[in-house]
Each structure stands twice: as C-alpha cells, then as structure tokens.
Design a binder for this molecule. Structure first.
Ligand SMILES: C[S@@+](CC[C@H](N)C(=O)[O-])C[C@H]1O[C@@H](n2cnc3c(N)ncnc32)[C@H](O)[C@@H]1O
Length: 260
C-alpha cells in the first residue's frame, strides 16, 4: 500500500509540516564533513537532508520510492545551484550499478518497512550496495510508552500553515493509534483548507525495539559500531527519543534465501 502523504498533490505540503527529527541535518553534516566518498541517501524525499549535504559538497545520490517527492527535490535543487542524481526505486528491490561508501536511510524511512521480510530485504539490498568498508546510518524512533498511551485516536496539534507563494492557510492536525500485536503506529493527518474542505491522509509506521533491530542487522551481515539515542550524539539509553544505528558490513554476507 502506498502512503498517500508521499504522493500526488500532497507532496507540496510535506516541507511545511515535517521538520524531521531535531538535529538530524546538523548530525549528517558533521558526520560527513570532509568526506570524499559517495553517499546513497534512501528515502531522500523532497531533499530536506539531501540539499544541505550537497551544498556542503557531499556527493549524494538521492533515492526514493515516490517520484512525486523526488520531483519536489528537483524543483528545489535548481535555484540552490545543485543537481542531485536521483533514483526512483524501492530500497527492498533497488539495483544500482554502483557500490557506495555510505548509505543513509533518513528520517525514519526504514519505519515504512512493515514486515520482517521487507526489513530483511531492504538491509540485504543495502548491504549489496555498500563497499566492504562502507557505513550504514539510519534512524528509527524509540517507542515511548507514555506517548503511546496517549495514542487514543483523538485529533491534536492543529498547526496553521501558510503555503509560500499563496494566501492559502491549511490547518494540519493528526491522530495516532497503536497496534501492539503488529508493532504498527497508525496515523492520520487531516488537512483543512480555507473553504472548509478536508483531506485525510493515513500514514503507517512500524515501530521497533532495540534488540529486534540488532538481530535484523546481524542476520543481514552488519556489525553495529554505535547506537546513539539522539542526534546530539548521546549513547542510546532508557528514555532516549531516537535510535540512530551506525553499522558496517561484517565479513560474511548472508544469502537472502536463508533469511526468511
Ligand atoms: C519521512 S519521509 C523522509 C524524507 C526525507 N528524508 C526527510 O528527511 O524529510 C520518508 C520517505 O521514505 C520514502 N520511502 C518509503 N518507503 C520507501 C521504500 N521502500 N524505498 C524507498 N523510499 C521509501 C517515502 O516516499 C518518503 O519520501
């Protein structure tokens, strides 16, 4: 199932209601400072992270499964004087005739892989596109029991956004509920337009627990270098808001057929 929010007319709103995780742009900029290698950014979307990295001279290839999100990136890149290489592909099945020095899966794009089969397929495919001494970095949110308990399917967070270049005020609010059996967060974003019309956009995210991700990584041939709990660089611990995984390929590359 396609997540509607990343397609069609809705992509024009993405940059105005998604700010990412605090500090993520700065983290990637400092991690790749003076990095001369190639970086594959998976789930690059409209280029919230791609564009500052490229402006800093980092060689980024932007991959996304939504052509509509990439179209916004293309539009934004021109006035910035950058021309990112863009690949419209799915991280589970991508085939690129290049191996990269780094792969980053930004702003929780990994959480759009809902089953173990999809997660293993994506990690396996990332592993195939990484050089032997390459690095994989990705983030997923750390589940907060307190926040989840508030997932009562009630609308909250009404946020008024004025779209640049227009006088259109769009009110965006959202609601959450959690399916613990399948570790899925269901979210709906509601857009209310000045004429009172509404659009409701469902979005699902898989939530992960720490050791589950560790097992997925080991099974697909990655060694964990660091697990951070926020983009300031603190180690992951109880109460950390995020899990930022920094890994390298281990010596053996398991066969996908043996994984499921
Ligand atoms: C939360 S957005 C992140 C966009 C951008 N990285 C940012 O920081 O704003 C997640 C992105 O992942 C993309 N995505 C979801 N599933 C994907 C998949 N299987 N393969 C590649 N991209 C995927 C979506 O189309 C969307 O653009």
């Amino acid at each position: 199932m396609k997540e509607k929010i990343y397609h069609d007319k809705y992509v024009q709103y993405y940059d105005y209601f998604q700010q990412g995780v605090r500090g993520d742009v700065g983290f990637y900029l400092s991690h790749f400072k003076n990095f001369r290698g190639s970086v594959l950014e998976i789930g690059a979307g409209t280029g919230r992270i791609t564009t500052p990295l490229m402006k800093a001279g980092i060689n980024v290839t932007a991959l996304d499964s939504s052509a509509d999100m990439l179209a916004i990136l293309k539009k934004k890149a021109k006035p910035l004087g950058i021309s990112p290489r863009m690949i419209h592909a799915d991280m589970r099945t991508m085939r690129i005739a290049q191996k990269f020095d780094a792969v980053i899966v930004t702003f929780r794009a990994f959480q759009h892989l809902y089953t173990a089969r999809d997660q293993l397929a994506a990690l396996h495919s990332i592993r195939k596109h990484l050089k032997p001494r390459g690095v994989l970095i990705f983030d997923v949110y750390a589940p907060s029991i307190k926040y989840m308990a508030e997932g009562t399917w009630k609308w909250f967070g009404a946020d008024k956004k004025i779209l640049p270049g227009t006088k259109r005020k769009v009110v965006v609010d959202l609601r959450n509920r959690y399916d613990f059996g399948n570790q899925i967060m269901y979210q709906e974003y509601r857009f209310t337009y000045p004429n009172g019309k509404r659009d409701i956009l469902p979005l699902r995210m898989r939530f992960f627990f720490r050791f589950e991700v560790g097992h997925l990584l080991h099974r697909t041939g990655f060694s964990i270098i660091k697990l951070l709990g926020d983009f300031k660089g603190h180690p992951y611990k109880h109460g950390s808001p995020e899990m930022i995984w920094i890994c390298r390929p281990s010596i053996t590359m398991p066969k996908m057929s043996g994984l499921i």
